[in-house]
Design a protein around this ligand. Structure first.
Ligand SMILES: Cc1ncc(C[n+]2csc(CCOP(=O)(O)OP(=O)(O)O)c2C)c(N)n1
Ligand code: SF4
Ligand SMILES: [Mg+2]
Length: 302
């Protein structure tokens, strides 16, 4: 649980992403990345696999990010972060933060084995999965994190499977710090990255960020913040930290669980995005039941 009451005035003015990147306008990934890097600061080395983030970085010899940066192969975030950590340690630079910043495809599918190996070793780095819920960079193919029922170009009649619960998979590796957050809550992103950096150094830390994606999800760029908020307000995207395995609900989700704020029906979230237009009433009811069950379990934590 965050101890500080952070406001925008507490966020450093220093920017690590230059204006005018090659990401789409209204991109949740850009917003999340900006605040994550502000939290980690200049003594950071980043490794990024093939993804929309590579596009955001731009083409050699220019770069949109003002930090040492490795653009690496799709499956190698965990392995490359481990290599960077080992090299920095040999150079005596143990205080430098290593960040692996990978998409949901690069995390839940092809990159899972190298991440799992690094987490088993408890290699000292922060792994962030920014989750736009499909392989966006290559044309909206489904990933292991695409939600049930969503249209993608490889699931034209809706995805038949549920998403992998990646934070739970990472928590099962015994990590001291696992958290979920969301591009519509930049202060939450800032606080969680800062906490991961300052309080849990020495181990692998994992943060999973929902990043709404206008072209991939089918919504107007001006609705970016609203859509991310609806994901939380409907309970589709619970926000929490797992500190040494103990679940700590973040404020936005805790208020819903405590009944201090009314949880909205999941249908309100689905209505905002073209990718969910094919969901049937039956499927929406099933998803609503799943979310209700999750929240009943959260209630037992109070
Ligand atoms: C081994 C390998 N297979 C496929 C690709 C092509 N490829 C590059 S990025 C990408 C999708 C990345 O999806 P995700 O990790 O979710 O990131 P996003 O593009 O959504 O930001 C794919 C399939 C590749 N670069 N390497
Ligand atoms: S496709 Fe989506 S995640 Fe990728 S740059 Fe565009 S808005 Fe951002
Ligand atoms: Mg993706």
């Amino acid at each position: 649980m965050s101890k500080t009451k952070l406001s925008v005035v507490g966020i450093p003015e220093e920017e690590y992403i230059l204006a005018g990147t090659r990401a789409c306008s209204g991109c949740g990934l850009s917003l999340a990345y900006r605040f994550a890097l502000k939290a980690l600061g200049k003594n950071t080395v980043v490794t990024v696999p093939a993804s929309c983030s590579t596009v955001l970085h731009g083409m050699y010899p220019c770069a949109a990010v003002r930090l040492p940066m490795l653009n690496t192969a799709f499956e190698t975030s965990g392995a490359s972060a481990s290599g960077i950590r080992a090299a920095l340690n040999v150079l005596g630079k143990k205080d430098i933060t290593v960040l692996a910043w990978a998409g949901d495809g690069g995390t839940t599918d092809i990159g899972l084995q190298s991440l799992s190996g690094a987490a088993e070793r408890q290699t000292d780095f922060i792994y962030a999965c920014y989750d736009n819920e499909a392989y966006m960079n290559t044309g909206i193919q489904r990933s292991g994190s695409t939600p049930f029922g969503a249209y993608t170009t490889t699931t034209p009649s809706g995805k038949k499977q549920s998403r992998k619960n990646m934070p739970a998979i990472m928590a099962a590796h015994g990590l001291p710090y696992v958290a979920t957050t969301n591009a519509s809550y930049p202060l939450d992103i800032y606080e969680k990255f800062k906490r991961a950096k300052d309080e849990f150094k020495g181990n692998t830390r994992y943060i999973h960020i929902l990043v709404p994606c206008p072209p991939g999800w089918g919504f107007d760029t001006r609705d970016l913040i609203k859509i991310g908020e609806l994901a939380v307000e409907t309970g589709i995207w619970p926000m929490y930290e797992l500190v040494h395995g103990e679940m700590i609900l973040s404020k936005e989700t805790r208020l819903l669980v405590e009944g201090k704020k009314k949880r909205k029906p999941v249908k309100e979230y689905f209505q905002t995005q073209v990718r969910f237009k094919i969901l049937t009433e039956e499927q929406i009811s099933k998803i609503q039941e799943d979310v209700d069950r999750t929240f009943s379990n959260f209630e037992k934590l109070l």
